[in-house]
Design a protein around this ligand. Structure first.
Ligand code: ZN
Length: 322
């Protein structure tokens, strides 16, 4: 391009353009991800939750909010839940995700913990996890690209970490990261109990506490990633397809908008250099990625600064809603 000297703001912009310098971050962004499609199995209410019409309602409420906010989310599917629900019904729900321009990823066949499997077992979980999603993605003209392991367990020994990386590469997958966690399953359990008991006031309080906690966690992980990397990369929000999210996703997306995040695909988020370098840190747990990046970079962080969900929510209904 031709470069000329001009005054004021224009000059500043031209200097930026001519030197090729651009800010590393064009504003804050986040990829919204849902685990455990077609529905998260929430222990005591699992039988009720496997009613196809209820699962369809939770998914369509979630999809409607994603559409309203133009959030290009991805849903990670457990094939065993597809089969438990009934494949034709589950397939039509998953096709609704891809029809909306959203994407699907593999979350294993049976939600098995890789810590208890050898590589052959992990490979079988990946392969059998593709049975429904591969054709659904192909029919939508999309490539099956992302694998997220249950509990984010990505290999509890160096050998397994490397073996998993080789398996994923061999099948054309990229490992899906997670950078913001809001312990939604804790709130989901309390919310489900309140709704089952007809305690609508309590359900409202649990949902309000959930949104407050989500806001705290977004800010916490933004700060943590800046501490570890020196900047805030595109974030990856980890949610589950459950009742509290079906009812609160609209407000969660508004929360991100108020904090000036824009919504991007997981592919766009993980194009950031922070994600391009494989994590070396080995753990049997499933920490968010900033903790892993901290270990790889020898940055000391204090995980005790991260808050827990309110105790009354974890103990509900034995403690009263606040
Ligand atoms: Zn899961």
């Amino acid at each position: 391009m031709r470069c000329a000297v001009a005054g004021g703001l224009l000059a500043a912009l031209l200097i930026l353009a001519c030197t090729g310098f651009a800010p590393a971050q064009a504003g804050k962004s986040v990829a919204i991800t849902f685990d455990d499609l077609p529905v998260a199995n929430a222990g005591e209410i699992s039988q009720e939750r496997l009613v196809p019409s209820e699962i369809a309602r939770l998914n369509s409420s979630t999809l409607a909010a994603l559409r309203r906010h133009r959030a290009p989310a991805i849903g990670f599917v457990v094939e065993a839940t597809v089969l438990a629900m009934g494949k034709p019904e589950a397939k039509s729900i998953l096709a609704a995700w891809t029809r909306d321009g959203l994407s699907l990823g593999n979350h294993s066949y049976s939600h098995a913990d890789t810590n208890g499997l050898d590589l052959a077992g992990i490979e079988a979980e990946i392969e059998r996890g593709e049975a429904t999603i591969r054709p659904v993605m192909a029919e939508a003209g999309q490539k099956l690209r992302f694998m997220r392991f249950p509990m984010n367990h990505t290999g509890d020994t160096p050998e397994k970490r490397d073996g998993i990386a080789a398996l994923l590469a061999g099948r054309g997958y990229e490992l899906a990261a997670s950078t913001i966690d809001n312990s939604d399953y804790v709130f989901e359990q309390a919310y489900g109990r309140a709704l089952a008991a007809g305690a609508r006031d309590d359900a409202g309080k649990i949902r309000a506490a959930y949104l407050d906690f989500t806001s705290l966690q977004i800010d916490y992980y933004a700060g943590l990633s800046r501490q570890v990397l020196g900047y805030e990369p595109p974030q990856v929000m980890l949610l589950h397809l459950n009742r509290i999210n079906a009812d609160a996703i609209d407000e969660i997306l508004s929360l991100f908008e108020r904090k000036n995040y824009r919504f991007v695909t997981l592919t766009e988020a993980q194009a950031d250099p922070a994600y391009r370098q494989p994590v070396r840190f080995v753990t049997r747990f499933g920490p968010m990625w900033a903790y892993r990046w901290a270990r790889d970079r020898n940055v000391v962080v204090d995980g005790r600064l991260e808050q827990e969900p309110p105790q009354w929510v974890a103990d509900y209904p034995s403690k009263q809603a606040k």
